[in-house]
Design a protein around this ligand. Structure first.
Ligand SMILES: NC(=O)c1ccc[n+]([C@@H]2O[C@H](COP(=O)([O-])OP(=O)(O)OC[C@H]3O[C@@H](n4cnc5c(N)ncnc54)[C@H](OP(=O)(O)O)[C@@H]3O)[C@@H](O)[C@H]2O)c1
Length: 269
């Protein structure tokens, strides 16, 4: 990475270059999992617009190809089911090969898979929830580790407000898996610090994406919005800044093991 501390014409009095984010991410190699739509797509597009070399990912090859084409900037599309460990490893290997290494891994792939009450949870649903929403971040991080050690890179997991609150009825496994993402970030932060790798998490509140088209009714969303102190649901764009901040060495080089809540002040389910 280039040292951005030099004095130059773009530097203001506080020593912060006016083009800080572009300088920070230009040429950086970034994989955002679960980025064919929603929060991941907004984050990946922001990195690409700032000059990073980005690989995006989704389960559906056609959708991820279309999303990459829409983002431009040579964004690399990769597809694979993250409930499948071999497919997860293949996506990370594909990103490292295509980008020539990796500086930032955003572990964002996930979804609720359905609202299911405890009495109706079968073993297959339990396993798939764990594999997709908890284990995939471990599998992806482990696969990316050699490249991240080489770059002294950063990992950002996606948790959820439901990891703190337990979520609403029928979301017990999903919510517990999202709490796992926050704990995993804290634990790996300590373990990977000797390699210079920072590990953090973003914990979105209720963000208006396709996710809620599938798992929440308009009434439930309206009630939630009314209880949020900022009086609206979040957007995918609202989440972007927290990911950029945590991925940035200049802005967050001494920040590791932290969870940033992006929720409009909402601290309940
Ligand atoms: N929206 C919210 O309110 C909210 C709140 C807190 C946390 N989150 C978390 O934020 C992340 C993004 O959510 P979102 O709202 O942006 O959801 P979204 O719009 O549904 O996007 C989910 C992304 O993850 C991918 N994905 C889902 N299941 C996958 C699987 N089995 N294998 C590989 N990729 C898979 C999707 O690809 P395909 O479309 O191809 O399946 C898509 O790219 C998730 O981890 C979610 O749990 C969301």
């Amino acid at each position: 990475m280039t040292d951005t501390h030099q004095t130059n014409a773009n530097q203001n009095e506080a020593g912060w270059p006016a083009d800080l984010l572009a300088r920070e991410f230009r040429g950086k190699r970034v994989l955002v999992t679960g980025s064919s739509r929603g929060i991941g797509a907004a984050v990946a597009a922001a990195f690409a617009d700032l000059g990073a070399r980005v690989a995006i990912h989704g389960r559906d090859p056609a959708a991820v190809g279309a999303a990459a084409a829409a983002m431009g900037h040579g964004v690399v599309p990769l597809a694979g089911d993250f409930a499948d460990k071999a497919a997860t490893r293949a996506v990370v290997a594909g990103a490292v090969a295509a980008l020539g290494g990796l500086d930032v891994l955003i572990n964002n792939a996930g979804t609720m898979l359905g609202r299911v009450a405890l009495a109706d949870i079968d073993d297959d649903f339990l396993q798939r929830q764990f594999d997709l929403n908890a284990a995939s971040a471990v599998v992806a991080s482990r696969a990316a580790l050699p490249a991240l050690i080489e770059s002294r890179g950063a990992i950002v997991n996606t948790g959820s407000i439901s990891g703190r609150t337990g979520g609403s009825p029928g979301s017990s496994l999903y919510s517990a898996a999202k709490a796992f993402q926050a704990s995993l970030a804290r634990s790996l932060a300590t373990e990977l610090a000797p390699h210079g790798i920072r590990v953090n998490a973003v914990s979105p509140g209720t963000i208006a994406t396709d996710f809620h088209e599938r798992y929440s009714t308009p009434d439930k969303l309206a009630q939630t919005a009314a209880r949020i102190p900022l009086k609206r649901l979040g957007t995918a764009q609202d989440c972007v800044g927290a990911y950029l901040f945590l991925a940035s060495t200049r802005l967050a080089g001494y920040v590791t093991g932290q969870v940033i809540e992006v929720n409009g002040g909402q601290f309940y389910g």
